[in-house]
Write a protein that binds this ligand. Structure first.
Ligand code: PLP
Length: 443
């Protein structure tokens, strides 16, 4: 059923039915699962999410960068319906099926680099990251893994160790996996000596720390998000990623790009690494890959991916046929509807508006991002001290008006925008108007 692409607010948000369901949640679901906006969803499509009270909200979150092709995207629905009627599971490691191969072929095709590649499929982003580390360790025979400040790679034990932020992701959940080392990120806005010197100095610190504290010969992999997601949509200073990748190649260290949030057209190219001319050894993907069905991948150089003994990788559900069908429908949509072009268009519409916010309010310290992965960082007046309370106030104001927005950032002070790439311009502009008003009322 198509959903009218129109914002409609008919109750307070959340409305009475959502409030009742949230009470049921508290009685039935672990308190460990938080809720950003407790409206309960009935349907969603395009740029609209419809709740059980009949409100139609504008979606600037895409379920955290997942519904890139929109919710219930027609090609995804069609592919899933056909697949679910044919068969739902055999386990690829027991009796394989063609859909898995087709997804791997697509991944090998769309990820950066023309070298020979192989892929393997998993269920979640964290699982893909875990497997990328397994592959890198196996291939190199080394153990140490380097991750960055502000990194987010998931919530499993190994990926918690790779993730930088304590609360809420790591607090109370240790001990963490060993042989993980953290280095500074080239974060232009907060680089102590200024954005100009950021790439060069961050690279110097990175190489010096790896050399002194780990040893190049003991380092299996460096893992980095080409644009950091949960850490606050930090775009590394230009040239930093390429320098790190080249240095890794010189030392036989596997360069892993975690493109789970930034991949699949989100930044205006298939992968964010491409903006920096970087060809990673391994790429992890998830989120936008399958239009909302759980699927993740590791794609990389054939000699690395093929190094592992048969049976060393896998899992019962990894590359489930229904999720694979969804991915094929989603990727076809991205190609046919030029969603990379749509992401660039969204940036052309949104960026000037975010820049205008920065000019108007001195608490908007930075406006950044690429394509439809954009953010503003909020700071205390007159300085750069993070202002998470303001981010929370602006969020609440947006939510009340029927605009789904997300925050992020190590300090909780980043307002991030991840609209579905199929959102119409009218909704985009209306959402930006709501944001403007929310800032005006909250600052
Ligand atoms: C860059 C990045 N890596 C890994 C993950 C973990 O993915 P998942 O939540 O599917 O395990 C995320 C999720 O937000 C992510 O943004």
């Amino acid at each position: 059923m198509t959903i009218e692409q129109k914002r409609v607010v008919v109750t307070e948000i959340p409305g009475p039915r959502s409030v009742a369901l949230q009470a049921r949640k508290q009685a039935a679901v672990s308190a460990g699962l938080g809720t950003t906006l407790p409206i309960y969803v009935e349907r969603a499509g395009g740029g609209i999410v419809v709740d059980v009270d009949g409100n139609q909200l504008i979606d600037f979150g895409s379920g955290i960068a997942v519904t890139t092709v929109g919710n219930a995207a027609p090609r995804v629905v069609e592919a899933v319906q056909a697949q679910v009627a044919d068969f739902t599971h055999t386990c690829f490691m027991v009796t394989p099926y063609e859909e898995y191969l087709a997804v791997c072929e697509q991944l090998n095709d769309v990820t950066p680099g023309a070298h020979e590649k192989r892929s393997a499929l998993f269920n979640s982003g964290a699982e893909a990251v875990e497997n990328a580390i397994k592959i890198a360790r196996y291939h190199t025979g080394r153990q140490a893994v380097v991750a960055f400040d502000h990194a987010y790679h998931g919530r499993t034990n190994l990926t918690m160790a790779l993730t930088a932020k304590s609360m809420p992701y790591k607090h109370g959940f240790g001990p963490f996996s060993g042989e993980i080392y953290r280095v500074p990120m080239a974060y232009p806005y907060r680089w102590p000596t200024g954005a100009e010197r950021c790439a060069e100095e961050a690279f110097e610190q990175f190489t010096a720390m790896v050399h002194a504290q780990i040893g190049e010969q003991d380092t299996a992999a460096v893992i980095v998000e080409p644009i950091q997601g949960e850490g606050g949509f930090i775009v590394p200073a230009p040239g930093f990623l390429a320098a790190v990748a080249t240095w890794c190649a010189e030392h036989g260290i596997v360069f892993i790009a975690d493109e789970i949030q930034s991949g699949f057209c989100r930044t205006g190219d298939w992968f964010a690494s491409e903006h920096e001319g970087v060809v990673p050894d391994l790429v992890t993907t998830a989120k936008g890959i399958a239009g909302g069905l759980p699927l993740a991948g590791v794609t990389g150089r054939a000699e690395m991916m093929d190094a592992v003994h048969p049976g060393g990788l896998g899992g019962t559900y990894g590359g489930n046929p229904v999720a694979c069908a969804a991915a094929l429908g989603a990727i076809e949509t991205m190609r046919a509807d030029d969603l990379c072009g749509r992401a660039r268009h969204i940036e052309a519409v949104m960026r000037p508006r975010l820049e205008a916010l920065r000019q108007r309010f001195d608490v908007v310290g930075d406006a950044r991002g690429r394509g439809a992965m954009l953010a503003v960082e909020l700071v205390q007046p007159g300085g750069k001290e993070p202002h998470p309370a303001l981010a929370a106030r602006v969020s609440t104001a947006c939510h009340r008006e029927g605009l789904i927005t997300l925050t992020a950032g190590t300090f909780g002070n980043v307002f991030r925008f991840l609209p579905p790439l199929v959102i119409g311009d009218d909704l985009l502009l209306e959402g930006l108007d709501i944001l403007d008003a929310a800032f005006a009322a909250s600052v």
